[in-house]
Design a protein around this ligand. Structure first.
Ligand code: ADP
Ligand code: ADP
Length: 234
């Protein structure tokens, strides 16, 4: 079963008399445990596409299936619930909650969507912190850790619900070279370990070199490229 299936997927923004066809009837599918990037110039439709996949903004026409669920016609509330249970997000500016500790930030999505007993929740959070190499940093606040560490925490938070799909919008944009490479390696490790699909929107050649498939957006249309570099799992 594909993680994402899009058929003739279309998004048109209407503002007064002005219509913008941001995504123009695209078809694609993405398989489980893959590493995929969407690239393209500013205005080509990357954010629009990721927002539709992330159930943040509904399509105008066409079909969009995410982890086996047709999401085109979900109402706002169902979309929010679906997103909380099945999709993890990683952002370029990390989006950690400053008044919560590292541990509490990772725990946050579990409190939103799952009625786990406290002890089970804490074990899961600790497992994820250890998986990203932050097992002994749980008591710190986001302001006390580096950018690379923040992104590690964000990866743990994205995966804590056992989401099988992570959407990462320019996750390396605010990291230096070396740190960016470490974060990409970490995401690959997490993909291998948890069979999570990572979908990136990026301009970073280090990400593009590491993915198996690149979708290039151009004015709302899509071109698919296979890349050899990311082939296999590891
Ligand atoms: P978004 O719309 O997803 O927020 P943008 O497409 O506006 O992101 O681009 C984010 C940054 O990347 C901007 O600083 C922009 O100048 C730069 N950028 C945009 N297109 C390209 C490109 N094709 N190659 C390299 N950098 C780009
Ligand atoms: P990218 O992420 O590649 O920069 P976007 O998805 O942000 O591209 O934008 C695609 C097109 O849709 C652009 O022409 C942009 O101006 C337009 N667009 C994006 N969001 C909106 C919106 N909320 N209302 C109207 N037009 C929008």
């Amino acid at each position: 079963m594909s993680v994402i299936v899009a058929k003739q997927l279309t998004k048109t923004y209407v503002t007064g008399d002005i219509k913008v066809e941001a995504i123009r009837g695209v078809d694609f599918s993405i398989e489980p445990a893959s590493f995929v990037s969407f690239i393209g110039p500013s205005g080509s439709g990357k954010s629009t596409l990721l927002n539709m996949i992330g159930c943040l903004d509904p399509p105008t026409a066409g079909l969009l299936e995410v982890v086996g669920q047709e999401i085109t016609n979900l109402n706002r509330q169902d979309a929010a619930r679906f997103r909380g249970e099945h999709i993890g997000f990683v952002f370029q500016d990390f989006n950690l909650i400053p008044v919560l500790t590292v541990f509490e930030n990772v725990e946050y999505p579990l409190q939103m969507v799952q009625s786990w007993p406290k002890e089970k929740r804490r074990e899961r959070v600790q497992e994820m912190l250890e998986a990203v190499g932050m097992g002994d940093q749980g008591n710190k606040y986001p302001s006390q850790i580096s950018g690379g560490q923040k992104q590690r925490v964000a990866v743990a938070r994205a995966l804590v619900t056992n989401a099988k799909l992570v959407l990462a919008d320019e996750p390396t944009a605010n990291l230096d070279r070396e740190t960016a490479t470490m974060v990409i390696d970490l995401m690959k490790k997490m993909r291998d370990e948890y069979q999570t699909t990572f979908v990136f929107s990026t301009h970073d050649p280090r990400i593009v070199d590491n993915v198996e498939i690149t979708f290039e957006l151009e004015d709302g249309t899509l071109h698919r490229h296979e890349t050899s570099a990311g082939g296999g799992h590891g």
